[in-house]
Design a protein around this ligand. Structure first.
Ligand code: CA
Ligand code: CA
Ligand code: CA
Length: 368
């Protein structure tokens, strides 16, 4: 009897681990960052155990287990370890025992100790790993978890599950998934059903921007996912299923600028920082912007956000989109007193129309 020989085809799938890119030309730390930027990326920020293991897999699959590697991080003049934008590195800092020992001001993954962190001179040339940077500060976590475990991991990393408040955040989250090879994968974002409402992890209702897939939510679960099969529109699904997930900053990426400017100059300043005046799309954004003003001592100060009257008298944001759905005008406003939208301190930072030329501090959000 003849043996049936089943020929096995070994298919070797090789894929760059997920948006991270390894560059094998050895450069100094500064030149490595410049090279990342020339490729639309930045030196990777080793901000959690999940991305750390993705970096190590990338090195391993390229035979670089024994090679030191540059990542994002340098010591500033005050001795703090910061990223290339000057923001302090987070709480996840897998230093080798005894490091940093003052042997240099740049951060490497030290091969000799299993690619733990080490401070070393910036001028030494090494290969380096770049990463796509999401404008709103969204981070993809690759290890599949239940919705509640995903949220707990985001909190452990100083964030929350990503809150999808506008077409701009939605597009940033989708770019993050695509750029990391997750264009075909479902992912958790922030949202739970609470009776007839959908609320964030802080209990704030998701309103106005609700990109549900047609026919959803259909009662198939009480947690909010981005459903890959329908272009990552929103879908309700059981919370216990494990999926990759996207975390985002609790301040939604908004930033207060304290120099006072007229409205046009404020927008120009936002743009100079890769941002645009913040768009107040829902009670969630309003609470964050108002909180930012309070936390920085501006509870009693008016501030500019996005919004001006166009030629037809409609109120539009900086992308030219009409402001609809969420319109927290304070009582009696708009009263025709100006063509620009401000947050009026005297009315708890509800909306007011006012002359565009008045100078005020302003709040920006990341631009697409
Ligand atoms: Ca060292
Ligand atoms: Ca569903
Ligand atoms: Ca007014």
């Amino acid at each position: 009897m003849k043996m049936l020989v089943i020929s096995t085809v070994l298919i070797l799938l090789y894929r760059t681990p997920f948006g991270l890119e390894l560059f094998q030309d050895a450069l100094s730390h500064g030149d490595a960052q410049a090279s990342c930027e020339a490729n639309g990326m930045s030196l990777v920020i080793d901000s959690n155990a999940d991305i750390h293991s993705a970096i190590l897999s990338l090195l391993s699959s390229n035979g670089l287990d024994s090679t030191d590697i540059w990542i994002n991080g340098e010591q500033d003049s005050s001795g703090t370890w910061v990223d290339n934008n000057g923001n302090a590195l987070g709480s996840y800092q897998p230093w080798e025992d005894g490091e940093p020992n003052g042997s240099g001001a740049c951060l490497q993954l030290w091969a000799y100790v299993g690619h733990k962190w080490d401070d070393t001179p910036c001028s030494v040339t090494k290969p380096y790993v770049c990463d796509y940077i999401s404008p709103f500060g969204f981070q993809l976590f690759r290890e599949a978890k239940s919705h509640s475990d995903a949220q707990a991991t985001c909190v452990d990393n100083g964030m929350s599950l990503a809150i999808d408040t506008s077409r701009h955040t939605h597009s940033a989250i989708l770019s993050l998934l695509d750029n990391n090879g997750y264009g075909g994968t479902d992912a958790w974002i922030n949202g739970n059903q609470d009776g007839s409402k959908w609320v964030t992890s802080d209990g704030d209702e998701l309103t106005c921007y609700l990109p549900w897939q047609d026919g959803e939510p259909n009662g198939s679960g009480t947690c909010l996912q981005l459903w890959a099969a329908v272009g990552h529109k929103w879908d309700d699904t059981p919370c216990s299923i494990t999926k990759p997930f996207v975390c985002g900053p609790t301040d939604l990426g908004f930033r207060l600028f304290e120099d006072t400017r007229g409205k046009d100059d404020a927008q120009a300043s936002c743009e100079a920082h890769g941002m645009t005046l913040a768009i107040d799309t829902s009670p969630i954004t309003h609470k964050v912007i108002d909180g930012l003003l309070h936390d920085n001592g501006y509870a009693n100060t008016d501030a500019w956000i996005s919004g001006q009257q166009d030629g037809s008298g409609a109120w539009v944001d900086n992308y030219g989109d009409e402001l609809t759905c969420y319109l927290p005008w304070t009582s009696g406003e708009p009263n025709g007193s100006g063509a620009c939208l401000q947050l009026w301190a005297e009315r708890d930072h509800d909306w007011d129309d006012t002359p565009c030329s008045i100078t005020k501090p302003y709040v920006c959000e990341p631009a697409e």
